[in-house]
Ligand binder design. Structure first.
Ligand code: 26V
Length: 831
């Protein structure tokens, strides 16, 4: 790759590496940007902003110079967008999220501005390859998984739909950890995405707020309360522009960074206590240093609650300040501001807004509560009990004594309303903001629910389950509050940018209306049975597979056949997502291929990728197992190219953008009722993969849209899972009834794949016999049968092509533009 970088071929000796030796080019040989104003601008930026001579510039310098040049254009649009919204007195949307998994921005910004061609040309005239510098942009991995990536897709759609919006979050110095595999075991390394600086961001030193912690609440003579904080830090805003499709609008992603009020304690310094002198700074900076790398277990740590309050307080102060500055009267806040809580992570914002309204704007409780409820909306992203946040009451009280008082006051009002409506004591217990069973805890989901006029789930099934399970009693009390907003993905990043081949082919076939309205993809259905179109469609997929195969060779040294079926499961590693089901079925298949080599097997490449939470033992063991199975299978001459298995390290947005366009089969196999929505499922379908999946999350709606004949569904429904659990599920029976499963489990447990440590998987396999909470055994036969259905469909290639083309054609509804339009109309009142 590095060879493409630098002056035209032949003008320099050895190409600079990505790490970057300067271009060793003689001055005479420097490419001259003739009459290309854009190239002039990039050069000018390189010299005057980066301070580098063209000859000394390294790849990262060119990247920074390019971004800064493009940014100039973005700034103009940014200011116009802000000015227009202000002039119109428009209502603004505020999306509060502890995660924004935005990935790389350059390709996205250029494509949305329609400048890819021009910038590529300008760089080329300077001897620089745009594709190469795009590849060295670090991934902004400020998120764990689906929830964070959804926030990023939403930011893009908000700008594309020309809606004035701000995203609020934390500027983590270390985002999601980098995953390395050491002998197949996951090792977490710090991600240093800011090491070369970040040319996208603007520090707003003027937009800074105090955020207090601890201390005590004291009554004053005037009857007011005063929170005398024990400790305060400063939150400083750092803004990143979010460019919408066709450059229509540029919104702001505002991320907070923490600083000490007093960066250095001179008294301590003078006493020679240098560490003590800087301890405040260190303590403040710790707040915004790391993203919690967990997406399935609520983090009980104090630092996490401090992060949540820090970013909530700064954001709410900023929103209130802007509103008062523009509109004068805080009473109109709900008419001019819609604040969406992305899960419960920002739920303390409800109490923070109450605090500002009561303690600073001198409202009575009831009026403050009315304003608050009309301003907030809350989105739930998981029903897993272990992920539902609640804080030990003593911790909450110690850190946020004023908010604790407000939580009690809100709870008193809530429980009065519940009693008045006839809720019984069991219901009251479930509705209360305080969990009294055992150690007393503050329930953040109940706080978010109570403080919002809208509470939504992220797929139809998930929303139904919210009503039936976690929020059943609150739903009975407020039956109009829960609503559904099925997730979506931005088709710019997840079709146009990641799959240019497919995009051109679609444009050739149906014109480019789909670029502005993804549902126009449905015109493609008319071509689904056209043999010539199918050929072209298959050729695009093959090209993408060849590119991925090369990438895999470079990355992990594995050679795969691009004509084999690429069968892909990439997502966070979690038992409920059932990567283990896939691996066990792979082992069963391996066994079958070895026993019956004469059969007409469909060659498959099984790809896995994903990170496990660092403390999640079984998830990490599943990664190791995938690697162990891969090592054995890939080296077995008896299977040859019929089966290859790979675990690709360090899954992130950029890797997803390479793998998804090359996938034939999309594995969406969670235990029904457990995956709130999934969004990978939508990305694969949009890129022409067939889905094998359970009736879980958005899979249900994907089936409804693409047609039951164009998706392979297997396994128990959510109702069946619940019934089986209630009736006493016995996994041993299921295992005994399936010899194929029994053999695969026995092989794994006995150390066939781990001869270096034969007992490695005893516990993991034992867990299946003894409990199997995720019902792998109950769904195994159905899954294996579904895989054979997939084989048959693959063997009839025109049927396969027709089905996958229909997936692309009918998945347009899952654009995040549609999702955002629904939020805008039903929740925010901005459309
Ligand atoms: C929980 C925690 C607990 C504390 C530590 C940090 C942390 C970070 C995230 C979470 C909750 C994660 C919930 C989540 O990611 N849900 C996913 O949301 C997607 C978008 O709606 C959805 O497609 C996935 O099905 C759902 O699992």
């Amino acid at each position: 790759m590095a060879r493409d970088f630098g002056p035209a071929a032949g003008t320099h000796q050895t190409g600079p590496t990505i790490r970057g030796a300067p271009l060793a080019t003689s001055p005479a040989a420097l490419p001259v940007a003739d009459a290309n104003p854009l190239a002039d601008a990039i050069l000018e930026t390189l010299v005057h902003r980066i301070g580098k001579d063209q000859r000394a510039a390294r790849p990262h310098d060119w990247l920074a110079a390019t971004i800064l040049t493009v940014r100039n254009d973005i700034i103009e649009k940014w200011m116009t967008s802000t000015r227009e919204a202000h002039a119109k007195g428009a209502k603004r949307v505020y999306y509060l999220s502890l995660e924004f998994l935005i990935g790389r921005l350059l390709r996205d910004a250029l494509a949305n501005l329609g400048q890819t061609h021009d910038i590529a040309g300008a760089l080329k005239s300077l001897g620089v390859d745009l594709a190469v510098i795009e590849e060295i942009e670090p991934d902004a991995a400020l998120g764990n998984g689906g929830l964070g990536r959804l926030a990023a897709c939403f930011m893009e759609s908000l700008a594309s739909l020309d809606l004035p919006a701000y995203g609020y979050g934390i500027r983590y110095v270390n985002g999601m950890f980098r995953q390395r595999l050491d002998d197949g075991f996951q090792v977490e390394l710090p991600e240093n995405w800011l090491q070369h600086g970040n040319p996208w961001e603007f520090e707003r030193r003027e937009s800074a707020y105090f955020v207090g912690f601890g201390g005590e609440v004291i009554g004053t003579d005037t009857g007011h309360v005063h929170w005398k904080v024990g400790e305060a830090v400063e939150a400083m805003a750092v803004d990143t522009p979010m460019v919408g499709w066709r450059g229509k609008r540029v919104n702001t992603l505002r991320l907070w960074t923490a600083r000490a009020l007093d960066p250095i304690r001179l008294d301590r310094f003078n006493e020679g206590d240098f560490t003590g002198a800087l301890s405040g700074q260190l303590r403040a900076e710790t707040l915004t240093r790391v993203l919690y790398p967990n997406d399935s277990t609520a983090a009980g740590q104090e630092l996490r609650l401090r992060q949540e309050y820090f970013f909530s307080s700064a954001s709410i102060q900023d929103i209130v300040r802007r509103h008062v500055q523009y509109f004068g009267d805080i009473r109109t806040l709900p008419d001019k501001a819609a604040i969406q809580l992305n899960d419960t992570h920002p739920a303390v914002s409800v109490a923070e807004l109450m605090r500002l309204l009561i303690d600073f704007h001198e409202f009575g409780f009831d009026e403050a509560w009315d304003i608050t409820k009309r301003t907030f909306g809350y989105t739930n992203h998981t029903l897993l009990p272990e992920a539902l946040e609640s804080w030990p009451l003593p911790l909450f009280e110690r850190l946020l004594p004023r908010h604790m008082q407000l939580v009690y006051a809100i709870n008193a009002k809530l429980l009065r309303e519940a009693r008045a409506a006839g809720s019984d004591e069991t219901a009251i217990k479930a509705i209360s903001l305080i969990d009294e069973g055992g150690e007393r805890r503050v329930r953040m989901a109940n706080l978010a629910f109570a403080g919002s006029h809208s509470v939504n789930g992220v797929a139809a099934l998930h929303t139904d389950l919210m009503k039936q399970t976690v929020f059943a009693d609150l739903h009975k009390l407020y039956p109009d509050r829960i609503n559904n907003k099925t997730n979506g993905i931005t088709p710019r990043r997840w079709l146009q940018q990641c799959n240019p081949g497919l995009t051109s082919l679609i444009r050739e076939a149906i014109g480019d209306a789909f670029c502005d309205d993804t549902e126009k993809l449905d015109a493609l259905a008319a071509h689904a049975d056209d043999a010539a179109f199918q050929q072209k469609f298959a050729a695009v997929k093959r090209d993408n597979k060849v590119a991925l195969a090369k990438h895999l060779k470079d990355l992990i040294g594995l050679r795969v056949d691009p004509d084999a079926m690429f069968d892909v499961q990439i997502k966070r590693i979690h038992e409920y997502k059932r990567q283990l089901l896939n691996i066990v079925e792979t082992v069963a298949l391996y066994d079958q291929i070895r026993s019956h080599p004469e059969r007409d097997w469909v060659p498959r490449v099984k790809l896995f990728a994903g990170k496990a939470a660092s403390s999640y033992h079984n998830a990490k063991l599943i990664i190791k197992l995938a690697g162990d199975v891969a090592r054995r299978v890939n080296a077995d001459p008896a299977v040859g190219d019929l089966l290859k298995v790979a675990f690709v390290p360090n899954y992130n947005v950029s890797l997803a953008e390479k793998i998804i366009p090359a996938a034939d089969l999309s594995e969406q196999i969670s235990t029904a009722g457990m995956e709130a929505s999934g969004t990978g499922n939508m990305k694969f379908a949009m890129n022409g993969a067939l889905t094998i999946g359970t009736l879980d999350g958005a899979n249900v709606e994907i089936r409804d849209h693409v047609g039951a004949e164009n998706i392979v569904i297997f396994g128990m429904t959510a109702d069946e899972v619940a019934a089986k659990r209630a009736g006493g599920y016995n996994p041993r029976e299921a295992i005994e009834a399936s010899p194929e499963l029994g053999q695969a489990l026995a092989a794994i447990a006995s150390g066939v794949f781990s001869p270096d440590d034969p007992d490695r998987y005893k516990g993991l396999m034992g867990g299946l016999y003894d409990g199997d909470w995720f019902m792998l055994a109950a769904d195994f036969d159905s899954y294996a049968a579904a895989q054979r259905t997939v084989d048959r469909r693959w063997s009839n290639r025109s049927d396969w092509n027709s089905a996958t083309i229909r997936n692309v054609a009918r998945v347009g509804w899952f654009s995040s533009d549609r999702t955002i339009r629904e939020y805008a109309k039903d929740i925010w009142g901005v459309l």
